[in-house]
Design a protein around this ligand. Structure first.
Ligand code: TYD
Length: 204
């Protein structure tokens, strides 16, 4: 059993967090039966439509500032229509990415836009997960995994290795900034080994 109701996974592209989110959801489903696994950008009809706009096309399709608006719009819809109703119904929510991705991807990689991300988050979202598990992996390994998927939603992978390295250091800083909520997990290991740590932390 766990007291955590709203849990998010974070990390760079190809870090393996989606696999961990699936494993954790099926674990809790057998115990609780009331788990909603969802993802960002997406997780509601409107947010999935915005996802298509964000993840396809050239790297220069949107500026980082416009991305902040689009990711936050998607998050607001996701929160209103999926996350809040699930939490209100007593369900556990496991979310593949949340606001920390905007703090790092848009706030810390292409200029310092963190202040703008935080302002918009405070006005339009105003809530954090109870627990955030950051899966930390070597960007080279992660990039190889990410591109190997070749799913047509590769706009952020296409920014390249330097971008992924900035993301990694951004997530490490974030873990220091929110030591109560964020926990770092070494993702450079087989999924079963990573999952042991995920489970131990999620059950605390
Ligand atoms: P996705 O294919 O779901 O990648 P992953 O499995 O790595 O999560 O695509 C989500 C992409 O969107 C990913 O590259 C991270 C990026 N992203 C942001 O840049 N800002 C955000 O706020 C969110 C939620 C995602």
């Amino acid at each position: 059993m766990t007291n955590t109701r709203f849990l998010s996974f974070e990390g760079i592209d190809g870090c393996g967090k989606s696999t961990q989110a699936k494993l954790l959801a099926s674990h809790f489903e057998t115990e609780l039966k009331d788990v909603v696994r969802t993802r960002e950008p997406g997780g509601s009809i409107g947010a999935e439509a915005i996802r298509g706009l964000l993840l396809t096309g050239d790297t220069d399709k949107w500026s980082a500032e416009t991305e902040i608006l689009l990711f936050t719009a998607a998050r607001r819809d996701h929160l209103e229509r999926t996350i809040e109703p699930a939490l209100a119904a007593g369900k556990m929510v496991i979310c593949d990415r949340f606001a920390d991705s905007t703090r790092v991807y848009q706030g810390a990689t292409r200029g310092d836009l963190r202040g703008k991300v935080d302002q918009l988050h405070a006005t339009m979202i105003g809530r954090e997960p109870d627990l955030t598990l950051i899966i930390d992996v070597d960007p080279r390994v992660a990039l190889a995994r990410g591109l190997a998927r070749n799913c047509g939603e590769d706009r952020f992978e296409d920014f390249g290795l330097k971008f992924q390295e900035k993301l990694q250091s951004g997530f490490l800083k974030l873990a220091q900034e929110y030591p109560q909520r964020c926990r770092l997990i070494d993702g450079n290991r087989p999924p079963e080994a990573v999952f042991k740590d995920v489970l131990a932390l999620a059950k605390q």
